[in-house]
Each structure stands twice: as structure tokens, then as C-alpha cells.
Design a protein around this ligand. Sequence first.
Ligand SMILES: NC(=O)c1ccc[n+]([C@@H]2O[C@H](COP(=O)([O-])OP(=O)(O)OC[C@H]3O[C@@H](n4cnc5c(N)ncnc54)[C@H](O)[C@@H]3O)[C@@H](O)[C@H]2O)c1
Length: 418
Amino acid sequence: MSYTITVFGLGFVGLTSALAFAENGHKVYGFDLDAHRVELINGGKLPFIEPGLDDALLRNIHGNFIVTDDAENSVRNSDFVFLCVGTPTGKNGEADLKYIYSAIDMFANVLHDGKHRVIVVKSTVPPSTTSERVIPYLSAQGLLPGDRFSVTNNPEFLREGKCWDDAINADRIVCGVEDHKGEEMLRSLYSRFNSPFFAVSLNTGEYIKYLSNTMLASMISYANEMSIIADAIGDIQIKEAFNILHMDRRWGGASMSSYVYPGCGYGGYCLPKDTAAMYAQSMSKGYEPLMLKNVIAINNMMPQSMAAKIMRVAKPSDKIGILGLSFKPGSDDVRDSTSAKIISLLLDAGYTNLIGFDPVANECFAREYNFAEVRYCENVQVIGDQSDVLVLVTAWEQFVGIDKKYPGKPIVDCRYFL
Ligand SMILES: NC(=O)c1ccc[n+]([C@@H]2O[C@H](COP(=O)([O-])OP(=O)(O)OC[C@H]3O[C@@H](n4cnc5c(N)ncnc54)[C@H](O)[C@@H]3O)[C@@H](O)[C@H]2O)c1
């Protein structure tokens, strides 16, 4: 069965989901408030770097996938409404739901018309948000889920840099549901995807997403704390130690081992905010999560720990070259980038002679952080030649061998990569 779908928010999650549905033969309307983003997408260009998604956009734009500026009308014609808007960190670490509410306000009126629709919260929201915040928000407007519409959630597990593959070959599809009709329609929508489908309670759907992200954050903080202990003890080959740890057959060759590896902390859009939101959600329910508290504390400590390492080898007058600006290799996403935190700490300490290079994220980084003192280099050769001290912050393949190319030049390898 082919459906009509409206997707609110055309970021990594919304655009990828919209195109995955379009590719599977559904008619998809996408809506975003960001005019520049809309213009790019309508012109067949991605607003970020994402291998495979660019071709999917060209295959589907103006065909099965249409970017609309009339959200209400597209929802009127739709069977599903997917909410894929941002859920940034609020002032106490909680997930800020303002974009979810603003998206709902744009189509709530339509829900009175009697056609059954499934509203799907795909954005990452803490467990109990759909049941305790979203449904009450609709109910307060006289909109009670039931005959006229279902309210569900469907957390997304894609990884930036692998969005397209993760969406069309998902390991699992998880839907939080509370009524039969909503479950059946989601099951039918996803039947064209070749992935195991799980229908669980509303709270469980949201919880599974946080189970995943808080576990990844915990593994990273565990590895980072172990590397700090190793530094304190001394004469420990940290890189070798972790590589040997991964040879234990109980890892089963899993790529998860990359998370149990020291670095300079987790960054990006998801792990910092989702770990903080799960902590805040648990606190609001009366339990202080001791482990998550320390996972966050260790992560917050890592940029300072790396800056201290850099200051041990560099003088304030040295030209310091920051290798890598995006939060991880393969992505131009600079949200919550560790490089930005390290640069701020160096600037505060009077290290103002800074240059940076990222294979794809120079422009995004310069725009997002506006560090007047930092100059950006066009390639690895320039930053390698010009720096007195190199600092590797993002483990891009392009940086392999840079230590051999510049023997004798001090390199602080924050990722234990070289
Ligand atoms: N980025 C990831 O890797 C990832 C993975 C899984 C889940 N998530 C979750 O998915 C959600 C979206 O993440 P993202 O990275 O795609 O965010 P994003 O910031 O890239 O995109 C969100 C988009 O929503 C738009 N928007 C905001 N309010 C709107 C409204 N009322 N109507 C229409 N558009 C609106 C914004 O303009 C923006 O383009 C978040 O909750 C995030 O935690 C992200």
C-alpha cells in the first residue's frame, strides 16, 4: 500500500527519512522553516555532506518527494505526519520541545476533519514525552487520540556520514504505539523496508533510543577515564592497550569497539544532548543517575585535559595547527565539536596563533564559531608545513602518516590515531 506522508524538519533525520519513504514508492511532502535549506533541497542539493543521500535526492526531488510551503494542506492529504525537528538541550539539560510544539501548531487544526492519520514523533525525545507531553498538548486543544488519529513515536538510529545506508538498511525499526490502528499503519508503511519491526509501548520506544545513545556515551567516557588513569600511572602504551583489548573474541569483531577507545570526548548533535536529557529526565522522576552523572562529568573534562596536554608541548607563541574540526570523520557537522572547545581553552590561555584544517568542515566551522583569531588552511600540506605543533582532533583518514611526514614536529594525537 502506498501512503502520503508529511515530514516536518528536513535535517539529517527528516530529509533522510523523507527520501527513504519516497524511494519506497510513497508520496512525501517535506516542510522546513529554514528558507535556505528549502532552496538548496529544491535545487537538488543537500544542505550537508552525506554520501548516497545526494543521489537519492536527485532521484526523488519533484517526483515522489516534494518540498512544500503549505504544511497544513500537505497534512490534510497525508496518512502520516512525521515530526523530525530538532530537540536541543534546554537550560537544565532537558530536551527542549519547542520545535515539536511549533510543528504541531502548524497542522493541529486539520486533525478535526475525521480522516485517520498517524502522528509520528521521530525526533529524539526522552521516555514518557509522547505520553506525558505530546498527547496532553493535543488533548488540551480538544484533540484526543483515538478514532481520528494515533500518536506514536519511531526513534531514528542513523549515524551521520552513513545516513542513507542506515535508513534503508536499518538494523531494526522501533515504533512506540498505544493503539492497534497506529501500529498496523506503521507496520504497513515499513513493510517495504527489509528490517525487523518492533512495536512497543510509547515509553519503551523512546527509552530504546536513549539506551543506545547513553550506552555509547558511557563506553566513550569509560575509555577516556581509563586513558587518563594510564597517563597518570605512566609508561602505558594506550593505543596498543586498547587495540589488544579489542582482540578479545567476545567483541565478535563488532565495530562497537571504536566506542571503547580513548579520544577527546564525544561531541556532535546527539550524544551530548541525549545523555544530558536522560539525566535530566531521570532527575525529574526522582532518581539521580550516578553513572550518567560521571559519564557527563568525564566528557566535560576531556577538552580541558587535551588542552593541558597541548600546553605541555607548545609555547603560547607557537603556531598550533588543529587537524580536524567536524565532530567525527566523514561528516561536516560541527555541532558540539570538541575542536571548538579545545580552541576556546587555548585562546583563553593566551595561545592565539592558531590555524585549522578539516577536509570538509572549514566553512561550516568558521561560520558556526566565528573565532576571529583562527585562520583556516586549504589542505593538509599547508597546515603541516606552517604549524610548530600539530594537534589531531578528528580522526580523518587524510591525517594518516602525518607524523612520518613531519618527523620531529610535536604532534598531540588527541584520538590515539597515528
Ligand atoms: N543527527 C543525527 O545523527 C540524529 C540521529 C538520530 C536522531 N536524531 C534526532 O532527530 C531530530 C532531528 O535531528 P537532525 O540532526 O535532523 O536536526 P537538524 O537540526 O539537522 O534538522 C532539524 C530541522 O527542523 C527544522 N524545523 C524546526 N522547527 C520546525 C517546524 N516547526 N517545522 C518544520 N521544520 C522545523 C529546522 O529548520 C531544521 O532544518 C533530533 O531530535 C535529533 O536528536 C538525530
